[in-house]
Design a protein. Structure first.
Length: 268
């Protein structure tokens, strides 16, 4: 199984009216759109086709319907197997309407769904805080109970979670990018649930905008650089600095683990 991971694209659609055009378009928003288009094109040209594409949140920057329409247009070639979760910049109602109508109950107040089509079960998990405009995450009791239930529904198949906020201290990060939640007890409760499901083999996270990997309670956890090149933070291999990036995750069934590699999109 081969997964491509995208994260933190932070798109903004260009305003139709010239008078409303953001003066930062050519230096800020335009390059981010180009980065995502380059990733999609590269994914489609890989010698080994990916089975699916995950997006670990902050798909757009302002949560407007027109921003999701732009993103939907760009990722259209990936659409049959494109699975997102929201980041703190996303608006769940818009994201769900555009991408998740067939994945979860319409009345569900948070994003949580399973993808059972592959050799590894994938769980998309919403980590957003109810605090308005909060950049950090939170996990309330109903959401954690629902996570426990969906994990228990298939207890033997290797399972990976993908989520925006990292439920661990991100190596090398500072401030709210290090511990990314409002409450330590919420993260403790999350790991208590994970401990009840030994078939979980990986956590894929976003938000940090940096490339990291660590192991928590026997589970490998990772973050990736933002697709938006102008939002990269942290150290990167020299050949990746200033380049458009995404991450590939290959599942080794013999070892029951993912092997991950940073993909540098070639200049065209």
């Amino acid at each position: 199984m081969l997964i491509a991971q995208l994260s933190d694209t932070h798109l903004k659609a260009e305003d139709d009216s010239e008078s409303c055009r953001d003066p930062r378009w050519d230096t800020l928003w335009g390059p981010r759109e180009n980065d995502l288009r380059a990733c999609v094109a590269d994914i489609m040209e890989l010698a080994e086709p990916v089975d699916c594409v995950l997006h670990t949140g902050d798909m757009v920057h302002f949560g407007r319907p027109e921003d999701y329409a732009l993103l939907s247009e760009i990722i259209e070639p990936l659409a049959p197997a494109f699975f997102p979760v929201p980041g703190n910049r996303d608006r769940i109602s818009c994201l769900a309407a555009e991408f998740l109508e067939d994945c979860m109950p319409r009345q569900q107040p948070f994003v949580l769904y399973a993808v059972d089509d592959f050799s590894v079960r994938l769980i998309g998990f919403d980590t957003l805080s109810a605090t308005e405009e909060s950049m950090v995450g939170d996990l309330d009791e109903p959401r954690l109970a629902a996570l426990d239930e969906i994990l228990a529904a298939e207890g033997s198949k290797p399972t990976a979670l993908f989520m925006h906020h990292s439920p661990f201290n991100v190596p090398g990060a500072d401030g709210p990018y290090s511990f990314q939640y409002e409450r330590h007890e919420a993260v403790d409760a999350f790991w208590e649930i994970i401990g009840r499901h030994p078939n979980i083999v990986r956590l894929f996270c976003g938000h940090a905008h940096r490339l990291t990997e660590t192991t928590i309670n026997g589970v490998v956890c990772s973050t990736m650089p933002s697709v938006a090149t102008n939002l990269h933070v942290g150290e990167l291999p020299s050949e990746a600095v200033g380049k458009t990036l995404y991450v590939l995750h290959h599942f080794d069934e013999r070892l029951n683990m993912f092997e991950s590699s940073l993909r540098v999109v070639p200049d065209k």
